[in-house]
Design a protein around this ligand. Sequence first.
Ligand code: FAD
Length: 454
Amino acid sequence: MKNIKDILPGKVSTEAEELFCYGFDASSIGGLPSAVVRPVNTDEVSRVAAFAFKQEAPLIPRGAGSGMTAGAVAVKDSIIVSLEAMNKILEIDEKNLVVAVEPGVINSHLQKALEPRGLFYPPDPSSMDFCTIGGNVAENAGGPRALKYGVTRDYVLGLELVLPDGRVITTGVKTHKGVVGYDLARLIVGSEGTLAVITKVFLKVLPLPEETITLLCTFTKLSGAAMAVPKIAAARIIPRTLEFMDQGAISAVENYKPVGFPKDAEALLLIEVDGPLNSISKDAEKIASICSSLGANVSVADDVFAKQRLWEARRAVSQALYRISPSKINEDIVVPRSKISDMLHLLKEIGDKYRLKIVNFGHAGDGNIHVNIMTDKSDEENYQRAEKAVKDVFEATLKLGGTISGEHGIGLTKSRYVGMELSSDSIELMKAIKRVFDPKGIMNPGKMFPPNDS
Ligand SMILES: Cc1cc2nc3c(=O)[nH]c(=O)nc-3n(C[C@H](O)[C@H](O)[C@H](O)COP(=O)(O)OP(=O)(O)OC[C@H]3O[C@@H](n4cnc5c(N)ncnc54)[C@H](O)[C@@H]3O)c2cc1C
């Protein structure tokens, strides 16, 4: 790409190795960009955008590349704008419980900076040790704690944005309330880099909860775990996490990073409550009693190390499954929590129909199941069966009143299924909004909308 190196001298790479590395994300899809640019401030992002606008070159914002749906992967002749060097926590305003961060800040770095001050940023994607806040905003990331505390959207107060032509705007507020004009900040949340580049984020934070109690409930029958989820909600308890792993997920983790989960258990729930000790002790007792009545073996993590071990194991499920099946298909459907049992039953039927192993885990408390279809891309016939299974999974999800993505977004991998959930009028309206932001269609083209339609 002619003259691109003059835009930000020393911060642009066109080396083949780098182009390759920046062309992929955590989906197994990739492409080669023309250049990778690593700006260090908003002005530099603005200059890159203005250049791309003039050249009509696709501009692809990128955080850590941990996305599961190929949102950050390169398309032909594109410029990847990597926000990794914009990684400063700019302000922690303890009086107003607001923080300002650059988009490249790693999620867990923010968590660790806040905790010693008694502050808490709840969104905790399992990728928190490597994904960025900018990527979290662009994907509206969730995590185990979303059950009680909500997702990234619930913490974004305001954003600084670089528009595709290079103009810089600040939208939203730095206060806890604000209703002036359309809520453009919320529109950007979950927009997957298709509207603008996020260059600064103003987030709400909370006081750190006093205590947590972590319960591990292992079930001999999958149905017991599925029934426990709505029963806990019906008991008027909202734990901060209610994570689910089926037998396939349990044995994958035990073979990868053993923590002593019983391999013969059909399912487990990892449940955490937080708040003042006297009130959460009662909640923990009630949860233990509900799970025991459904046949669970319940244990409480004794100390911080035991808790950490359990959470590390839970966060390792995805990697453990990739070791078994490097080209597995990972979907992240959501159904009403009262329908989890029905959904698990349907997933079993779909697996049997297509002769494929399906491993399920995820954030059961909010009905968000990570459905992992264990397939092998090098075996064409096997992979075709897996793709048919994906369609059946989405049909079943929508029939049960759910949605085809709870947190991973659409990107490229799910773009052809969007029309199963959204009406053509909704898609047209979204495309019209994109045209207002991005009249030349340079922002992350081909993502989020049905193919040949962006
Ligand atoms: C092991 C593993 C576990 C995971 N667990 C979870 C989980 O529990 N919950 C969850 O929600 N997700 C999870 N994910 C998915 C992923 O980590 C999230 O989607 C995360 O938010 C992506 O952040 P990133 O910095 O890696 O973004 P990237 O992958 O780099 O980009 C993702 C999208 O955001 C856009 N983007 C990135 N930065 C910006 C920016 N500054 N401005 C505009 N657009 C931008 C990109 O264009 C792309 O469309 C997991 C992934 C892995 C590999």
